[in-house]
Each structure stands twice: as structure tokens, then as C-alpha cells.
Design a protein around this ligand. Sequence first.
Ligand SMILES: Nc1ncnc2c1ncn2[C@@H]1O[C@H](COP(=O)(O)OP(=O)(O)OP(=O)(O)O)[C@@H](O)[C@H]1O
Ligand SMILES: [Mg+2]
Length: 221
Amino acid sequence: MKKEKILELENVTKYYSSELVFEKINLQVVEGEVICLMGKSGSGKSTLLRCLDRLELIDNGIIKFRGVDISNIPLVELRKKIGIVFQDYNLFEHLTVMENLTIGLIKIKKYTKKESQKQALEILQKIDLVDKKDKYPDELSGGQKQRVAIARTLLMNPDILLLDEPTSALDKEMKESVLNLVKKLVQEKRTLIIVSHEEEFLRKISKKIYKLHNHHLISVM
Ligand SMILES: Nc1ncnc2c1ncn2[C@@H]1O[C@H](COP(=O)(O)OP(=O)(O)OP(=O)(O)O)[C@@H](O)[C@H]1O
Ligand SMILES: [Mg+2]
């Protein structure tokens, strides 16, 4: 069975004012595929992910989601389909772990509180944090926060998940817990784009490793 193309980038170019970030990026992401993205600090990795969710506008080229130009997809729809976990967690500090997990389900997916909590509990089991459900983000370690942030995006059931340096701020032990979660997602055949410097880990989970270098996307074998 032919797998569907989830994302297609054709000659995508991005500037910040007159500053070129990247140009003529071409990339295809097929269902169930894991794409890894590396590159020096400032090379444009986060910007590229942000362009996929229209958090940044591109200057040239086209980005298609399931064959449709993303600029023709309503933002709310697009962001349900393309889930992004940012480099710095972005948990709501004034909400508990449970509330962080259910808020999107209640407000965006219009699930009942009861159904949302049921789903949140299931995912908390998977990330091994049931005992932290009533804690606030500042009571969690970095690795725990990052797992909650990933879980929160997963609960929205996106077609593709974008992870921006999920382990960059973590020490070795905490890294491990997040990478284990990523490994689970790969085993579940989720479609992922992961930005990371953990080359050894990336090589274990995917053959599609790219680098942003001198404004271009190059394949790293
Ligand atoms: N909102 C913005 N306005 C103007 N310039 C920006 C903006 N965001 C990023 N830049 C610049 O664009 C370039 C790419 O930034 P980006 O954050 O995408 O890099 P990165 O590869 O994710 O880096 P890092 O590894 O440090 O996270 C950098 O030179 C940065 O200074
Ligand atoms: Mg970045």
C-alpha cells in the first residue's frame, strides 16, 4: 500500500527582514516516517518547524499538507494536524499537569472534562507521571516537563508531530527519559520531525537525517 505524503516542501525560502534564513528547501515527509534535523545554533531549525505550522510566513516556495497548500488551511485546523512542541516547553505555569493536558481537549476538541481527564490519565501512564498529575510545572524536573509538553501535543492527535530539541536543556538522566518517550513514538509509527543534536540517537531511529547548513538543507548519510 502506498503511504500518503503528509508534508511536502518545495523551494521554501525564508527571510527575517533582509536576512536570509534558508532558501530552496525541498523535503517530503511520508506517513509513519521520522525525519531528523540537525544544524548549528542559528541555522534556522526552529524557524523551519515554525513555518510548517504557519507561526512564521515563508517568502517563497510552497508547503503542502496532504497535498493542500498550508496557506489555504484555516490556522486552527492546521495546528490540530501539525502538532509542535517548542524548545522551551511552554507549559501553562498556573495550571496543574492534569489541567495542562486537558485544556486543549476541552477548549479545542470540545471534549467533556470527564472524557478529557480519562485520556490525560492514559497518557500520563504512558509517560510514567500519573503521580504528578496535580503538581504545577515548577514542581517538575526538566525531563518531566518536556514529557508533559509532548504528551499535551499528542493528546490533540496530530497527523505529524514536530519536536524542537526536546532534550537540549536536560542533563543526561533526564535526556534518557525523554528519548525513551521519543523511541516509543517511533515504535508506534508516528510521523515525526525531530530537531536534535543527539546524532547517535537519531541514527538509531531513522535513516533520514538532514542538516541545515549555509541556508540549505542537506542530507546527512
Ligand atoms: N523572530 C525573529 N526575528 C528575526 N530574526 C530571527 C527571529 N527568530 C530567529 N531569528 C534569526 O534567524 C536565525 C535562525 O534562528 P532559529 O531560531 O531558527 O535557529 P536554530 O537553528 O533553531 O538555532 P538554535 O539551535 O540555537 O535553536 C538566527 O540567526 C536568528 O537570530
Ligand atoms: Mg532552535
